[in-house]
Design a protein around this ligand. Sequence first.
Ligand code: C2E
Ligand code: MG
Ligand code: MG
Length: 571
Amino acid sequence: MRESKDTKKKERLAASVMQHKLKGIMIIDLGGQILMVNDAFSKITGYPSHEVIGKDPTFLYSEREGSDLYKIMLETLYRCGKWQGEVWSRRKNGTVYPEWLSISGILDEEKQITHYVAIFSDITERKLSEERLVYLAHHDILTDLPNQRLMTERLTQAIKQAERKEKQLAFLSIDLDRFKQVNEAFGRPLGDELIITVANRLKSAVRDCDTISHLSGDVFAILLGESDEIEHTATIAQKILHLLSKPIHLDGHPIIISASIGISLYPSDGTDSRTLIGHADQAMSRVKNQGCNGYQFYSEEIGVRSLERIELKMAIRRALERNEFELYYQPKLDLKTGEITCLESLIRWRHPEKGLILPAAFIPMAEETNLIIPIGEWGLRAACEQARKWQDKGLPPLRIGVNFSPRQFQQENLVESVLSVLEETGLNASSLELEITESIAMDQVDKGIKTMNQLNQNGITLAIDDFGIGYSSLGYLRQFPIQTLKVDQSFIKNLTTNKDDAAITAAIISMAHNLNLEVIAEGVETKSELGFLQEHECDGVQGYYLSRPLPANLFEDFFQTGNYRALVTEE
Ligand code: C2E
Ligand code: MG
Ligand code: MG
């Protein structure tokens, strides 16, 4: 009686298990034949129960699994009485799907296995989302191209293959020129559109077996498969530059974009992915430094130079910590009064071993690495402090010019930081002049004008430095709230020998006066140059003829003697 109650209980339990809606269940006897399946089994596999009962479940096997898996499964069941894992099985309609399968033996009272129960769930959905995750982890969402991770994996694989087959590989590092400006001018969404267009153009430049990847922002890379000759690689680089040079229409505006491409070759430039990528990047930087829009193969010379650059960068950092920078001062002479009312501060690096280093040797590097920000801040503070000291000493008020490079001028909190230096050093805003170049003003016109206006409103004077070598557009200058124009020394140098330069200089002076700007000529070295400028009513001059840049104490001596006054009255 009791036994039959137990049996009934078990049967009910079994029945309720078999009713499981999501999990397919089949019960198999020791002979390996299916005894029973549930509805979910039929739903997942597509087989109604009457078609499978009495059969060996091997009809569910798919060739996507090797025979090894089934062998291991059976061995484990035999040894341990259970097995579980992921299996690809076949549905009645022939499709293959992934399932999570667990099989365990059902024991009788003597602990002997009488049957096996296999429970499985269809994990197609989960697999898809897993695959999607794997895909996303290896691709860039915007362009759908392989990302850095996948590119590195592919490069590593390609290197192994090329090594076996003794073939060459080429790796191209591609960086768009001036993309930041496009992004700022047109906004992110249109910037994204541009990147997608570039990705498509790159795709059309290479074969299917080559890998193009979008590494970040405006950086792409291409891995050219085996057996590529150098000439072939160069042709592809040229093709890319050509394809990119065609205008891209954004918001109705045709945008011209270009790129800088650096190329490294396996095995000559490196035999592992890191070295190849690094060397391609160095070659790419070389293109950028030489004015962008081109391609360049890596060479040892580039490697040495970039090592020097890294060393220079570290040395600049150390110099800042050790206070090795100094300011020299060069006066500007007012041609009408013969007085010195202005001077320019020019930075020097007193290197403990190499001696005095001029800005051209370190400012561009500082600019590239953002070290210009702390250097610039130091320079501004030191110049303001010195000007204030001279005022305290009773010297007549001198306006001090401080050079600002593009990155400094684009700083978010530029106005606040300049004002706070003025406050800390106690210098009047009217005693400070900032020298910026045309390109700064032109880079982001609206933002630039806003910053200039704020500086102006606070009483700071603005000068355009090196005028004439950049965009050379006086028309543009009209928009800028500036007070002074400094004519580049390259014009002054040839003033007395080159008629064009003389005519240009004269024209700049008169046009600038029409715009109510004060004109200063830079790099005046001779009496005849000074004479020409005086004749053409240039307002002021700066140059070796008056004085070289001097350390603060020597400038003071120079100033006190007053000898310079004779320069303008001399006949
Ligand atoms: P710049 O602002 O155009 O400065 C004028 C440069 O011409 C200075 O070179 C000066 O020494 C040189 N010079 C002056 N008179 C003559 C002359 O009669 N003949 C010739 N051949 N050269 C003359 P320096 O001091 O080597 O500075 C070069 C550039 O470095 C500067 O050009 C400026 O753009 C930049 N610079 C200098 N100091 C700083 C600084 O503190 N911060 C930033 N961001 N840039 C600086
Ligand atoms: Mg200057
Ligand atoms: Mg200049």
